[in-house]
Structure formats: structure tokens, C-alpha cells
Design a protein around this ligand. Structure first.
Ligand SMILES: [Zn+2]
Ligand SMILES: [Zn+2]
Length: 282
């Protein structure tokens, strides 16, 4: 079985790094990966514009290493809602954060023009409790990302609360206001509750490779999904997400149990992936 990973991270400083990840993915049957930048402090950087520039350069280099292992790759860089909290904790004002995010997006657009970055991710809203104004600040940055992605036909990966109908409806409305193509918008790390609502829109969604979540989604006639590991490549937090190679393991188990058919899985890993990421099929 050929598989794809719709959203993962790599950390060449403290983790396995893209070369080792890519090799193991290819060995286990992967053909495609969408690599997303981590917050700068995951790579040991601070939060200045220069740190963001270095972060974007890291993710571009890591994408190249993934490609060298034989994978097809899409690569995104963003301004994660957790970073918004970190900026405020460090005493930055909301205006400073907005201003910095704008400059980070300018770098992303510049790299996009050079063909080195395919889109923006992650942006969105905190999935945990935070001060209400920080959540709104994160949302303002997400809306700005929508406008930029609209102007440059880029894809956007959203990190959001898992609020089912409310989450999906709000993104439907906000994408409508900003005019970004919904086809280019991905809700990442969704549960079944968001998946059922996203399925009715043209917004894409990526489901984490957790056995129970996959089982529920597969049993529910949802057809537009993508599957992600959301691997964070942090040896200190091994349980936080799956490994990319857990994807084929869990899916194969569900095939053996008769929960999902081989044809359907092929549709997700090939057809859905090709369409969502505009890549050539394997
Ligand atoms: Zn996320
Ligand atoms: Zn992620």
C-alpha cells in the first residue's frame, strides 16, 4: 500500500530530521508528505524576525532532504497560535505581534515566488484555554493569512479548537469574507466532529492517524478526508503525536478488520492527496 502523510513536522536540531524520517517513510510505503514548520523555539531560536527567517530556511532545507529520499513534498511555513501566546508572555504588544506576523508572511510570499514554499501553516486559533484577546489576535493573523493565500493561490493549514459545527461554520464564514478559495483551506488535526461538517463543504480536512478516530471516520461514509501523523519529531515528547509510519500500520489493521476497503484507502492516499496538494500521482 502506498500512503501519504498530509501534515507532519521535522526537527533536524533535536529530533530525527527529514533525512531519517524520509528514508523510513519511503521504506514503509510513503509517496507524499506535507511538511510544516515548527515554532522557532522548537529549533532553539528566539522570536525575532531573524529567527523566523531562519525557521523558514530550515523548513525549506528539510523539505529538500525529504525530496532527496524520493518523496513528493509540499512545504508550509506559518505563525502558530501558540507562538502568539509566547509573544505576549514575552511582553510584546498585540500591535508588535501583528506587525511581526505581517513581515513573516512577506518572507513566506517571497519564498513562494521562488518556488520554495507552497503555502501557509500553521495559523489559526489556540485549541486550549487562553486569554480571549489572544485568541482574537490569533484569529486576526489567520484572517490576514487568508488574504495573502487568496492573492497568491497558496494553501493554508489551520490549527484550531476542536469545536465541531462551530469550528467549521466559523471557518466557512471567515473564508467567505476574505475570498480565499475554500479548496485551498485545510482544517488540520480534526476529530470526527469537525470531519462530518467539513465533509459538506469544499474545505479540506486532515485526520490524525489515531486508531479510534480513523475507525469512526471510516465507518461514517466520509470520503474527502486526508490522513496526517502530525509528527512533531521531538524525542522529549514521544507520545504527543504519531509517527508517519504509524499511518500504514493503523490503516492496514482497519483493512484487516474489515472496517475499510483497500480501494477506499487508495482513494484517500492517492486521489484525495493528488487533488488537495496539486501533485502528480505516484
Ligand atoms: Zn497543529
Ligand atoms: Zn502540526
Amino acid at each position: 500500500m502506498l500512503y501519504s502523510d498530509a501534515h507532519l513536522h521535522s526537527n533536524p536540531i533535536t529530533g530525527l530530521g527529514a533525512e531519517r524520517i524520509g528514508k523510513k517513510m519511503v521504506e514503509t510505503g510513503a509517496w507524499f508528505a506535507c511538511l510544516v514548520s515548527l515554532p522557532p523555539y522548537h529549533y532553539g531560536y528566539g522570536l525575532t524576525l531573524e529567527d523566523y527567517r531562519k525557521t523558514i530556511e530550515i523548513v525549506i532545507r528539510e523539505a529538500e532532504r525529504l525530496r532527496e529520499t524520493g518523496l513528493k513534498v509540499r512545504v508550509l511555513a506559518g505563525f502558530h497560535p501558540a507562538e502568539v501566546d509566547e509573544h505576549i508572555r514575552q511582553g510584546h504588544t498585540p500591535e508588535e505581534v501583528i506587525d511581526l506576523a505581517e513581515k513573516v508572511f512577506e518572507i513566506i510570499v517571497e519564498k513562494h515566488r521562488e518556488g520554495l514554499i507552497d503555502g501557509i501553516g500553521e495559523v489559526g486559533r489556540q485549541h486550549y484555554s487562553t486569554a480571549p484577546d489572544r485568541l482574537v489576535l490569533s484569529e486576526l493573523i489567520m484572517m490576514r493569512a487568508f488574504e495573502i493565500a487568496r492573492d497568491h493561490d497558496m494553501i493554508v493549514h489551520l490549527h484550531l479548537e476542536q469545536g465541531g459545527y462551530t469550528t467549521v461554520k466559523s471557518i466557512e464564514r471567515l473564508t467567505g469574507f476574505t475570498g480565499i478559495k475554500r479548496d485551498n483551506v485545510f482544517l488540520h488535526h480534526v476529530t470526527y466532529n469537525e470531519a462530518v461538517h467539513a465533509e459538506k463543504t469544499s474545505i479540506k480536512y486532515t485526520v490524525p492517524a489515531k486508531y479510534r478516530t480513523l475507525k469512526k471516520v471510516f465507518s461514517s461514509n466520509l470520503s474527502r478526508l486526508l490522513i496526517e501523523s502530525d509528527f512533531i519529531d521531538d524525542p522529549k515528547r514521544p507520545g504527543v503525536s504519531s509517527y508517519p509510519w504509524d499511518i500504514p500500520k493503523r490503516v492496514n489493521k482497519l483493512i484487516e478488520e474489515g472496517i475499510v476497503s483497500k480501494d477506499f484507502v487508495e482513494k484517500i492516499f492517492i486521489d484525495n492527496t493528488v487533488k488537495a496538494y496539486r501533485v502528480e500521482p505516484p
